[in-house]
Design a protein around this ligand. Structure first.
Ligand SMILES: Nc1nc2c(ncn2[C@@H]2O[C@H](COP(=O)(O)OP(=O)(O)OP(=O)(O)O)[C@@H](O)[C@H]2O)c(=O)[nH]1
Length: 653
C-alpha cells in the first residue's frame, strides 16, 4: 500500500474509533470508555505529528488506569477491598469497586497501547512488542468466555464487545501508522518480536491457569461455609428431634394426660436449650390445645382451639401422631403465633401404650435462623433459607452480591429445606490471591526486557556486520584507487608507446643525480626515420621506436643509467659515474645493437642511429639547458658528418 494511502487509512480509522468511543462514553460512561476515548484522541494527535499532546493524553490514560491496576496487584493487607468500596461510594452512592477500575485484561491492554504511544512507536524502545501484546490481550478477551465453561469468574477480565472492537480498530490504526518506522528494521525486529511474543504467550497461559485455579479454590472455600452451616443446622435439628422424643416419652410413666404444672416443669428445660421453640403444646385426642409453654399471651390465646379447625394445614401430620401411629411435621405454614414455621407432632402415650394425645413442638423459622446465623459475620454474604419458592429467613448484607450462589439441602423432619449462600463480591475479592495478576505483570515486564536485550543485540550484530562489509569494500576501493594512482603516476612519468621513462621522469632523475661526477649524457636520434613512416607506415614506425627504446633501456640500466624518450624519434640517456669515454662507448654499443636488430628501411638498409655525448667532470653545479644544448650540438654534428655515428662535445666548449 503506498505511504499516503496508508497514512490516510490510519487517520480515517482513528477518526472512526474516536466517534465510536464518544458515542460509547455517552451511552455507557465509565473508566474503560473514558480511557479508550482519551487513547483515540492521543492517536489522532500522534498522527497529526503533535507528539507532546499525544504523550500527555497517553500518560493521562496510564494515570487513570494505574489505581485500578494497583488494586488488582497489591495485597489485601496493603490496600483493603473495603477501602476501595468506601472510595467508590464516596464518588457515587451505588458504585462498586468495579466502578473505579476497568476489567483486568482491558486495563493491561489499554496501558500497553498507551505505553506504545508514549514511546513514540519506536521499535528500539519496544513499541512493536507492546502493540502485539495488546493485540494478544484483546484476542484473549475475545475468547475469554470460552475459557471458563460452566464457571463464571469473580473478577471482570474482559470488556464489552463494542469496546473490544473499537480498541482493536484503534490498535490497527496505530500499527498501520507505525509500520513505515518499523519496516527498515525488519531484519532484526522480526526475530526479536517473535521470540518475545512467545514469552508473552507463555505468561498469558500461565496467568490464565493460575487465576482459574485461584478462582476455583476460592469458589470451593466459599462453598465450605454453607456446608458447615448446613451441617450445624442438621445437627441442631437432630438434637432437637431427639430431645422432643425424650420429652414425649416422659408421659409414658403416667396414666393420665399431663397437668399444666407437669407440662411446665418438663417443657421449661427443653425450651431453654432450644429457644426457637416458641410453643410446646399438649394436644388432646380431639386436636384441642390443652397445655402451652411458655405462657406468652400469644400462646395462651391458642388454648382450647381445635387444631383440625384452626389449622387444617397441619392435620396430615397431627392425625397420625394423635392416633399414636407416628410422628410427623407440617409443611412450612403460617403459625397461630403469626410467624412462619413448622410444627412437629409426636405421639404421647400412657403407661399402657394407649395414645392420649400429642406433643406439638412449634418452631419459628426466623428464630431458628437467628440462632444459627448469629455465629456468622454478616459482611460475608447473603444467606437464605427457603423451601421451594418461599423464603423462610434471610441473613446478611444484600448489597453487591457476588457471582456465586451455593445451595445445600437440609432435612427438617421429613421436609427438605434449602440453605443458599451468596457471598458478597467484595468479601470474595478480599480473599482472592493477587499472585496470578502479579505473574501476568511480571511476565509482560520480563518479555519487554528480553525484547530490549535481543533487539539491541541483533541491532549491534547487524551494524557490526554492515561495518565489516563497508570496511571490506572500503579496502577494495583503496586497493583500486592505489592501483589507479600507480597507473596515473606511471603514465605521468613514462612514455605510453615505448613504456620507457619520458622526458619529465628523465629530468627528475637528472635532479637526483646532478651532483654525481663524472656524469655523462647521450642524446640519440634515429636516422631518416621520416622515411620509415613514409615508406613503411606509422605503425611500423611505432614498432621500431618501441623496439629501440627497450634495447636502450636494457643497456643503459645495465650500466646504472636511465634511458628515456626525449620526444619524437629522439632518446636521451643519463649515465652517472661514466666519463666521456665510457659514455661514448656505451652509446656506440647501442648504435651497433640497433643495427643488429634487423630493423630495416623499405630498401633493406638497416636502421641506424646517431648520438651526441657530453660529459661533466667539474664538481661545480652545471646548467642542464647548457648540457642538453651541448649534447644536441654534438648530435647535430654526428648527423651532419654522415649519421650512424657518435659525436662528443664538452660542456665548457
Ligand atoms: N611512427 C612515428 N613517427 C614519429 C613519431 N614521433 C615522430 N615521428 C616522426 O619522425 C620523423 C622525424 O623526421 P625528421 O625530424 O625529419 O628526421 P629524420 O627523417 O629522422 O631525419 P634525420 O633526423 O635528419 O636523420 C617525422 O616524420 C615524424 O613524423 C612517433 O611517435 N611515431
Amino acid at each position: 500500500m503506498p505511504q499516503t494511502l496508508r497514512s490516510r487509512f490510519a487517520l480515517t480509522l482513528a477518526i472512526v474509533v474516536m466517534l465510536g468511543a464518544t458515542t460509547l462514553l455517552w451511552v455507557t460512561p465509565g473508566m474503560t470508555t473514558l480511557a479508550l476515548w482519551l487513547l483515540a484522541l492521543a492517536n489522532l494527535a500522534a498522527m497529526r505529528g503533535i507528539w507532546p499532546l499525544a504523550c500527555l493524553l497517553a500518560f493521562g490514560v496510564l494515570g487513570m488506569l494505574a489505581p485500578g491496576m494497583l488494586s488488582y496487584l497489591l495485597p489485601e493487607a496493603w490496600l483493603p477491598t473495603a477501602s476501595w468500596q468506601r472510595l467508590a461510594e464516596h464518588f457515587l452512592p451505588d458504585a462498586t469497586t468495579e466502578t473505579l477500575r476497568a476489567p483486568l485484561l482491558t486495563t493491561v491492554a489499554l496501558q500497553l497501547t498507551a505505553l506504545s504511544l508514549i514511546l513514540q512507536l519506536r521499535a528500539r524502545l519496544g513499541a512493536p512488542l507492546l502493540s502485539a501484546s495488546a493485540a494478544l490481550l484483546l484476542g484473549l478477551q475475545g475468547i475469554e468466555p470460552a475459557l471458563y465453561p460452566g464457571f463464571s469468574p469473580l473478577l471482570d477480565y474482559a470488556t464489552s464487545w463494542p469496546v473490544l472492537i473499537l480498541h482493536a480498530a484503534l490498535l490497527t490504526a496505530q500499527v498501520v501508522h507505525a509500520l513505515p518506522y518499523w519496516r527498515g528494521k525488519r531484519r532484526y525486529l522480526a526475530v526479536t518480536l517473535w521470540s518475545t511474543l512467545a514469552v508473552v504467550g507463555f505468561s498469558l497461559l500461565l496467568w490464565q491457569q493460575l487465576h482459574l485455579h485461584a478462582e476455583r479454590a476460592l469458589y470451593q472455600r466459599a462453598e465450605t461455609r454453607v456446608q458447615t452451616l448446613a451441617t450445624q443446622l442438621s445437627r441442631e435439628i437432630t438434637a432437637h428431634l431427639d430431645a422432643m422424643r425424650r420429652f414425649a416419652r416422659t408421659w409414658e410413666l403416667q396414666s393420665t394426660p399431663p397437668s399444666y404444672a407437669q407440662w411446665v416443669q418438663q417443657a421449661e428445660g427443653y425450651q431453654k436449650d432450644f429457644d426457637y421453640l416458641i410453643n410446646m403444646a399438649f394436644i388432646t385426642s380431639d386436636s384441642g390445645i390443652r397445655q402451652v409453654y411458655p405462657a406468652t399471651p400469644l400462646n395462651l390465646s391458642t388454648l382450647g382451639l381445635r387444631l383440625f379447625d384452626a389449622q387444617p394445614a397441619g392435620r396430615r401430620a397431627l392425625e397420625p401422631a394423635l392416633n399414636g401411629e407416628r410422628e410427623g411435621s407440617t409443611d412450612i405454614i403460617q403459625l397461630l403465633q403469626g410467624e412462619r414455621g413448622m410444627i412437629h407432632y409426636l405421639p404421647v402415650k400412657n403407661e399402657q401404650q394407649a395414645p392420649i394425645g400429642a406433643a406439638a413442638m412449634v418452631i419459628s423459622f426466623p428464630q431458628l435462623a437467628d440462632t444459627l446465623f448469629k455465629q456468622l459475620t454478616d459482611a460475608e454474604g447473603i444467606i437464605q433459607w427457603h423451601s421451594d419458592e418461599q423464603i423462610l429467613a434471610v441473613y446478611g448484607d444484600t448489597r453487591h452480591p457476588g457471582p456465586w450462589i451455593y445451595h445445600h439441602q437440609v432435612m427438617l423432619g421429613d421436609k427438605a429445606l434449602t440453605l443458599s449462600d451468596r457471598p458478597r463480591r467484595n468479601y470474595l475479592l478480599s480473599q482472592l490471591p493477587r499472585l496470578p495478576t502479579l505473574s501476568l505483570v511480571l511476565g509482560l515486564t520480563f518479555a519487554y526486557l528480553v525484547y530490549l536485550v535481543i533487539y539491541s543485540f541483533k541491532r549491534l550484530g547487524y551494524q557490526h556486520r554492515a561495518m565489516l562489509q563497508s570496511n571490506t569494500s572500503l579496502q577494495q576501493e583503496i586497493r583500486t584507487r592505489s592501483q589507479l594512482q600507480r597507473e596515473i603516476e606511471w603514465l605521468a612519468s613514462h612514455d605510453e608507446l615505448t613504456g620507457i621513462p619520458n622526458r619529465r621522469h628523465f629530468l627528475d632523475h637528472v635532479s637526483a643525480h646532478r651532483s654525481k661526477r663524472p656524469l655523462s649524457l647521450a642524446l640519440f636520434d634515429i636516422d631518416h626515420f621520416k622515411r620509415v613512416n613514409d615508406q613503411l607506415g606509422h605503425l611500423v614506425g611505432d614498432d621500431y621506436l618501441a623496439h629501440i627504446a627497450l634495447l636502450g633501456e636494457a643497456l643503459m640500466e645495465q650500466h646504472g643509467g636511465i634511458f628515456a624518450r626525449y620526444g619524437g624519434e629522439e632518446f636521451v640517456a643519463l649515465l652517472p659515474g661514466l666519463n666521456m669515454d665510457a659514455a661514448r662507448k656505451l652509446a656506440d654499443t647501442l648504435r651497433l645493437q640497433v643495427i643488429d636488430t634487423c630493423l630495416t628501411h623499405a630498401d633493406g638498409k638497416p636502421i641506424t642511429l646517431s648520438a651526441g655525448v657530453v660529459s661533466v667532470t667539474d664538481p661545480q653545479p652545471f646548467d642542464m639547458t647548457r648540457l642538453m644544448q651541448t649534447a644536441d650540438k654534438a648530435l647535430y654534428r654526428a648527423k651532419r658528418e654522415g649519421r650512424n655515428q657518435i659525436a662528443t662535445g664538452g660542456i665548457d666548449d
